[in-house]
Design a protein around this ligand. Sequence first.
Ligand code: PGA
Length: 228
Amino acid sequence: MIICANFKTNHTRKSVRAYVDALCNLETDHQIRIYPPSSALFKPKSPKQIKMGAQNFYPVKNGSFTGEIGQEQLDEFEITSVLIGHSERRHILSESDELIANKFNFAKENNWEINFCIGEPKSIRDRGKEAVLNYLETQLKSIDVAYKNLIIAYEPVWAIGTGDTASIEDIKEILDFLREKTFAPLLYGGSVKSENVKEMFELENCDGVLVGTASWDVESFKSIINQA
Ligand code: PGA
């Protein structure tokens, strides 16, 4: 399984160091990804299945892009895993489809692992299953779904940070649909916690989870990993 922690705008460099130290005691064969704020990136001296990744970057080596970080800043910490297309960047930070596609192509050229997030907002959900599947298909159109270092995270927007998880039947249906489009590992995200993760791990086409809120506390994240 691939089990990812998205810290969003939480934690500091000091607390991320303590978090990673606490995680290193855990014996696990699963692939663990930690996406801390940019100010807390570093290369963990941990077993190689625990990797740190970037929540955001601008698709340039360096340059005049105030407030952004580029390849040079990620290289400093040997960061080779990136989140792209997260709904908070699409909807709160207004990232366009064009920028998302540029980020994808830049990350692909660098051979980075891309954790690409897709998911429908509530307004699409309310229009029914076909609308949802069409929406997800459109989100995949601008990227190379055969890219070898691709992971796809299905995260319905209305389930993120709300405590409302998609039903297990819905998750199964969407992951089965995505499996027909790509061989990339498929994750589910959206209010995942230790109480609901087991049935997700049991789905045939679920290769892991992307966890926000329930990952911020290391013991809570460990209990999710322990169920994989
Ligand atoms: P959540 O966030 O687990 O708090 O819903 C998931 C995510 O944003 O990736």
